[in-house]
Ligand binder design. Structure first.
Ligand code: FES
Length: 382
């Protein structure tokens, strides 16, 4: 810990990409309207080859990376997933799979186990079959239940990840019951972060403060009842916190994402910030990318900060919040994250909250993630 009690500064000092996420593909059979993939995901069709990925993993490991997440889109779409996991395991990575469950079969799960996969994060949406399928735009509930049982049967440590929005926040008790019924030990109720498709659909997804408080009470009651039987993580949305989140533990601090086309990114949303050229692992060594590239140095340290962040006593704890959210909501990535009550753009957050308060049910038509579905550009959202 640092003198002021910040655990984050200590981590930033290590200067290694400890946590690497390989976004293997943007392809996905689901159409989740809160997807974190870029709005223009259908413009990408040049995915890295198996050899490109393995070269990048080796370079990341040489840099000191320890954890490697396989994500997407839906990573099971990649037919070489088992090879990638096996080679990454041999390199010494702790590997985990972040999946919707679609494309998981018993045969592939056994191969992944043999390949050395250490942990699986399965996404889930609703305890009600029809609502679940409606939310993701595809028949998937029964498949997810089947996969959940399969993962348990093969003794993978598993986290059930439920992205929380107003579409399912009233069902947290039923979701907890579902975990208890199936012996799931870790449940992450993760309030959606509003980027990409989630920002596009924010009016239809942001829960009200009252919904959030009721859900928190239910979670507290369940924690008392269940103890360690089901460990529940409830991630509060920064919109209701008044404080910005220390996004990615600071830009270029411990996190490295690699997009399907090979672009190396300090976070999965970084491409939304204009004027930064993100180097590709096809053209550059990760050592140079991490240590030397302008993109990864753009928001390191605090010299880039404007006021009020520059003189804020919390700047080494929260790093001014999220650069991508600062750009998306204020038009300048150097501004304080508008989720911070000290930001001059805090009113943007407040009006989103006000809007959520007067919105009931499924007021706005929600744009499902799909090729060609985009009719509104983020720049038009204001
Ligand atoms: Fe990019 Fe927060 S998501 S810095």
């Amino acid at each position: 810990m640092t003198k002021d009690g910040s655990k984050f500064e200590q981590l930033s000092d290590c200067g290694k990409p400890l946590w690497v996420v390989a976004e293997l593909t943007y392809k996905c059979p689901l159409k989740c309207p809160w997807c974190t993939n870029p709005l223009d995901f259908d413009d990408y069709d040049n995915e890295l080859s198996t050899d490109d990925w393995l070269r990048a993993f080796r370079q990341a490991r040489d840099l000191g990376a320890m954890q490697l997440g396989f994500s997407g889109g839906e990573p099971m779409v990649r037919k070489d997933l088992e090879i990638l996991v096996e080679e990454a395991d041999k390199m010494g990575f702790y590997t985990n799979l972040i999946t919707s469950g679609m494309g998981v079969t018993e045969e592939r799960l056994i191969k992944l186990k043999e390949a050395g996969l250490k942990q699986i994060q399965l996404s889930f949406q609703h305890s009600d079959k029809d609502k679940n399928d409606l939310m993701v735009g595809a028949v998937s509930y029964e498949k997810k239940i089947e996969v959940l049982k399969m993962i348990k049967r093969h003794n993978f440590p598993m986290v059930l990840n439920v992205p929380i929005s107003r579409l399912n926040i009233d069902a947290v008790e039923d979701l907890i019951d579902l975990c208890e019924e199936h012996g799931i030990e870790f449940l992450e109720l993760a309030n959606i972060q509003y980027y990409a498709w989630a920002l596009l659909n924010r009016d239809g997804l942001l829960p009200t403060k009252q919904q959030l408080e009721i859900a928190e009470e239910k979670v507290e009651r369940a924690r008392e009842r269940l103890g360690n039987k089901v460990q529940i993580f409830f991630v509060i949305p920064d919109y209701y916190d008044g404080r910005p989140k220390p996004c990615m533990n600071g830009w270029g601090s411990i996190h490295l994402s690699i997009a399907p086309d090979g672009a190396a990114l300090p976070c999965h949303e970084a491409k939304v910030i204009p004027g930064i050229e993100y180097p590709s692992v096809k053209d550059h060594d990760l050592d140079w990318i991490w240590n030397e590239s302008p993109a990864f140095n753009e928001f390191r340290g605090d010299e880039w900060m404007k006021e009020p962040c520059g003189s804020c006593e919390d700047k080494k704890k929260d790093f001014g919040g999220c650069r991508c959210q600062a750009y998306l909501l204020s038009g300048d990535a150097r501004n304080a994250d508008p989720a911070c009550s000290k930001s001059e753009h805090f009113d943007v957050i407040q009006s989103a909250i006000e809007n959520a308060k007067i919105t009931s049910g499924y007021r706005n038509p929600i744009v499902m993630r799909a090729k060609g579905a985009l009719s509104t550009k983020l720049s038009e959202l204001g």
